[in-house]
Design a protein around this ligand. Structure first.
Ligand code: NAD
Ligand code: UDP
Length: 339
């Protein structure tokens, strides 16, 4: 297939592009590099041994989008978005503009180009504080911050669009907690500034960029008191996008899938797994709870298991080993390779 990948230079997009190229798809990436590096795409091509077409552009620009659709597109995988919860509380309009405005512009460009297949990156954040875990796709949706609201609105816009156009086919993928890196250590998560997520913070302590990990709360109603999340290896997540692409090729309408391992790990379990993988000590300081956090959020991924034929195959120790290989080899993130 000819696949247009928005946000393909980012963390999840770059890992997905490797698998798309390896599977023989023709890939165009549109990314404005606001949270990523072109070096990631050079390494994607090196890993896959095949080229992709890269257009540095913004999904909110009609001109940039029409350039991206030149040469024909069979399906779109839409990763491009702003994703920091805290920042979305400080700058909600920027989030509405990029995430919602960008998605509307993309749907319009798809309609103009006659492209009917879409795979969309949503998030488990749409469940907010769930009544019970693991959560399935029918659980109530309760967003708790502007970032989450953009994901929910984008889901609804895509659903409305599909309802109006029976020829369309869309898959909304609700990711739980993506972690890890490509096993080569050549690409991985490279957060700009202070990372918010747990695994990059732990990796930065292990590599010596930070003195210790701040653990946000040890008084939750969980076995060791720390928060439990469903950590999913980014290579498993990338694989799910290939399954979703097959799915949109075969089904019309709009379908939602949770993507998670189906079980959780606490903060302390993740720290211990990272210590084993890295051989480094991760000092911890217990802080008060982070506002908006829930005690436990895990996926019921059975819908994806059955309908997409996908399940997570890599465990937390593998994710820690791969994240550590990436962090150790690239302590400053993406920097040019020596000549
Ligand atoms: P990322 O920031 O690494 O990748 C997003 C990419 O989109 C970046 O390369 C960025 O430069 C690009 N981008 C942003 N705005 C753009 C614009 N206006 N035009 C063109 N490109 C633009 O993030 P990621 O972790 O790879 O996340 C990918 C998607 O998955 C996002 O939609 C995110 O909300 C969603 N998601 C991520 C997580 C996670 O924990 N990483 C969890 C759930 C959902
Ligand atoms: N967490 C932590 N210290 C950090 C970052 C995160 O203790 O520096 C905890 C957080 O409170 C939650 C878990 O790690 O229980 C996962 O947090 P993350 O931000 O990675 O994912 P999310 O909260 O979005 O599920």
């Amino acid at each position: 297939m000819k696949v247009l990948v928005t946000g393909g230079a980012g963390y999840i997009g770059s890992h997905t592009c490797v698998l798309l190229l390896e599977a023989g798809h023709t890939v165009t990436v549109i990314d404005n590099l606001c949270n990523s590096s072109a070096i990631a795409l050079a390494r994607v091509q090196e890993l896959a041994g095949r080229p992709l077409r890269f257009l540095q552009g913004d999904i909110r620009s009609r001109t940039d989008l029409s350039g991206a659709f030149e040469g024909g597109v069979d399906a779109v995988i839409h990763f491009a978005a702003l994703k920091a919860v805290g920042e979305s509380c400080d700058e909600p309009l920027r989030y509405f503009d990029t995430n919602i405005g960008g998605t509307i512009a993309l749907m319009q460009a798809m309609e103009t180009a006659g492209v009917s297949k879409l795979v969309f990156s949503s998030s488990a954040t749409v469940y907010g504080q769930p009544d019970s875990v693991p959560v399935n796709e029918g659980a109530p949706l309760r967003v708790t911050n502007p970032y989450g609201r953009t994901k929910l609105v984008m889901e609804q816009l895509i659903q409305d669009w599909c309802a109006a156009r029976p020829e369309l086919s869309a898959v909304l993928l609700r990711y739980f907690n993506p972690v890890g890196a490509h096993p080569s250590g050549r690409i991985g998560e490279d957060p700009r500034g202070e990372p918010n997520n747990l695994m990059p913070c732990v990796a930065q302590v292990a590599v010596g960029h930070r003195s210790h990990l701040r653990v946000f709360g040890d008084d939750y109603a969980t076995p060791d008191g720390t928060g439990i999340r469903d950590y999913l290896h980014v290579m498993d997540l990338a694989q799910a996008h290939l399954k979703a692409l097959e799915y949109v090729g075969l089904h019309n309408g709009c379908e939602i899938f949770n993507l998670g391992a189906g079980h959780g790990h606490s903060v302390i379990e993740l720290v211990r797994a990272f210590e084993s993988a890295s051989g480094r000590n991760i000092p911890m300081e217990i802080m008060k709870r982070r506002s908006g956090d829930v005690a436990e959020l895990t996926a019921d991924p059975s819908h994806a298991n059955v309908r997409l034929g996908w399940s997570a195959e890599r465990d937390l120790s593998m994710a820690c080993a791969d994240a550590w290989r990436w962090q150790k080899a690239n302590p400053l993130g993406f920097t040019p390779d020596p000549e």
